[in-house]
Design a protein around this ligand. Sequence first.
Ligand code: C2O
Ligand code: CU
Ligand code: CU
Length: 431
Amino acid sequence: VDAAGTRHFALSAGTGSSELIAGKRTATWGYNGSVLGPTIRARRGEAVAFTVDNALPEPTTVHWHGMHLPSRFDGGPHQTIEPGGTWAPAWTVNQPGATLWYHPHPHGSTEKHVYRGLAGLFLIDDDVTDSAGLPNTYGVDDIPLIIQDRRLTADGALDESDATDVGLLGDTIVTNGIAGAYLPVAHDRVRLRVLNGSSGRLYNLGFADDREFHLVASDGGLLPEPVPAKRIQLSPGERVELVITMRAGVDALLRSFPITDRAGIAPADAASFGFDDAFDILDLRPVAALTAGAALPAALATVARLDPADAVAERDFEMQWFMINGTRMDMNRIDFSPTVDTTEIWTVRNVDNWPHNFHVHDAQFQILDIDGTPPPAALAGWKDTVYTPPGSRIRLALRFTDYTDPTFPYMYHCHLAMHEDQGMMGQFLVL
Ligand code: C2O
Ligand code: CU
Ligand code: CU
């Protein structure tokens, strides 16, 4: 932190090798190390400044997924960092405490860059998250989990061949960069901040013993109150925070179960999308004497509802065949331009028979309805990425605030990275 109060960070994207699987070296990419990147943490109201170096053999970008910030610092496909180059974005954090993440976004190569290991978490704290009464000792009872699937060749290299219709699907789950992850836990209440950092795989998370847990946050911050659940589905790019209660002498084994939400998916296709797969993700092992934590609070945060009656624009997005509204991404085409500080309603329809999801840069949105029905409690908070099953119609309310720029656009896209790379993306200017 400098004299002016700005918090400085240095990131360097580079190559290396790591032990994804014990005993095997795999060539990987990472930030400030050989795989993944440091967890970045800043407070609401704080000015942050980065130097980002590119020590990779090809151009990359670093996008701050979920962050409200000026478009020229967004790190989308227009903020290319050449090999040997440096980029210096800076902004003031101004949004609720949340679990965000950062990852490359070079047009056409995002899947490959993330698959090779470039991704990290970006946590925002604020007074509300400080006093919410949730476990918050990082790495002790507040555990970050980046869940990804990888496929390795016999000699331990990352296998980038044989993409499916949802991109690269792996048969090995790496959690925070390691397969077969386990963690000794000393507290009876544990918060997991989970990111689906995979290219195209959906997870249906739960515990092997079917224990109940509580969802406490979605992509953009705390939910109004804890939501009890036994399963939670996460599509690529989505985050969820959950709190579980450890029991003496009993492991809590976090697993991904087969996907049960199969609306619109042909039975013959489900397996090729990875929907039948099940994996162990993380084994939480209680120590002999667990420290008792506080009971879960009844209320977490106030989520002020955006009023759809205030909307000044309505826009439609139809997802099909690597396209949105019949066109593929064009770096030189601006698709539309919302007016700053106004509310809009976006209707997103997946008219394909493939799974897609929908992600918007700069703003967190609220889901108004899914196929005409209000969203379940787990999806009623701030979101920046939402699963859009085949045949679905989802209405979002959102506002782009504070920043205008006549030159640099923000993106919206399917976050199945191969679909995004293929052009299922568009761009808008906030004016
Ligand atoms: Cu997480 Cu446009 O991306
Ligand atoms: Cu993003
Ligand atoms: Cu898609």
